[in-house]
Write a protein that binds this ligand. Structure first.
Ligand SMILES: NC(=O)C1=CN([C@@H]2O[C@H](COP(=O)(O)OP(=O)(O)OC[C@H]3O[C@@H](n4cnc5c(N)ncnc54)[C@H](O)[C@@H]3O)[C@@H](O)[C@H]2O)C=CC1
Ligand SMILES: O=C(O)[C@@H]1CCC=N1
Length: 275
């Protein structure tokens, strides 16, 4: 694995920041000794310290934040969208010349350019499976981002999963699908396991088999390239168990529930960008 150049600072080592940066270190795209993580609370700092990843962990005060931004070539900002202006303000004067990568839902490139005095801003929509190397991330670059910087972003994200560079207008849809999507699938796994328990299986076995079934089905789609409908048809024997189960899913509106989940989440991302 080719490593990225220079130092990396993560501002906001919560669930998404951690998934991304721990995933990067595990994948070998950067050595932990070149990573600084800035957190707001002592508790979040402790989580990082206890992980024994070997990164430098600091609690956010304006001077620490500014120094950590100044010392890095690349800064990933992974705080909540509403916290961006105060983070930008705390390190005012330090952002110029850095590659600033935002992972916030709904925060537009134009807004990022305005609040960070760096022209090299990139908007990314990653997801938490980046932690285990199965992320799906899309990104869009501000107009002043160099080709080399775009390559760095691609390299970072490719190390933790699949990646696509897209028009910024596609990022709300990506947010509704893959950004939020792991939560939908966790809910499906939980529900499948509940079904297994309802049908008589012990909980642990039901959960293991529910997760493996989702994993296996996803691998079939990515490895064969076949349309999911073909793969579905190959499971359903005439008059058998699967078609009975599929009929129950249709009756209960699974397809429209999933479509509406993605559309509603995408609309919420757009709404957040306009507020
Ligand atoms: N959780 C997810 O699956 C995904 C989240 N995102 C985006 O990632 C961003 C973070 O979300 P989560 O990780 O879920 O939230 P989180 O609450 O787990 O993490 C946010 C972190 O930022 C820290 N923080 C707050 N103020 C700070 C400051 N002034 N300086 C340094 N650190 C500070 C908090 O202590 C916390 O650790 C959001 O903008 C969200 O839209 C994007 C894709 C997926
Ligand atoms: O729920 C959220 O707003 C964030 C963005 C995508 C996933 N989590």
């Amino acid at each position: 694995m080719k490593t990225i150049a220079g130092k990396l600072t993560l501002v906001g080592g919560g669930r998404m920041g951690r998934a991304l940066v721990e995933g990067m270190i595990r994948a070998g795209v950067i050595e932990s000794t070149r990573v600084t993580v800035i957190n707001r609370t002592a508790e979040s700092c402790q989580v990082w310290t206890e992980s024994k990843l070997g990164v430098c962990v600091e609690q956010a005060d304006p001077a620490t934040l500014k120094a950590a931004v100044e010392s890095a070539e690349t800064v990933i900002v992974a705080v909540k969208p509403g916290t961006f202006p105060s983070v930008a303000e705390s390190a005012a004067g330090a952002w110029a010349g850095r590659l600033v990568i935002s992972v916030a839902a709904g925060v537009k490139l134009a807004t990022l350019q305005k609040i960070f005095d760096s022209k090299s801003v990139v908007r990314v929509m990653p997801n938490t499976p980046s932690l285990v190397g199965f992320g799906a991330s899309a990104f869009s670059c501000g107009p002043k981002v160099s080709e080399a910087q775009a390559k760095t972003v691609e390299q970072i994200l490719a190390a933790v999963g699949v990646v696509a560079q897209v028009e910024e207008s596609a990022l709300d849809a990506v947010t509704g699908l893959s950004g939020s999507g792991p939560a939908y699938i966790f809910m499906i796994i939980e529900a499948l396991a509940d079904g297994g328990v309802a049908a008589g299986l012990p909980r642990a076995l039901a959960q293991q088999f529910a997760a493996q079934t989702v994993l296996g089905a996803a691998q079939m789609v990515t490895q064969t390239g076949d349309h999911p409908a073909l793969l579905k048809d190959a499971v359903a024997s005439p008059g058998g168990t699967t078609i009975a189960g599929l009929a129950a899913l249709e009756q209960n509106g699974l397809r429209s529930a999933m479509i509406e989940a993605v559309r509603t989440a995408a609309a919420r991302s757009r709404e957040m960008g306009n507020s």
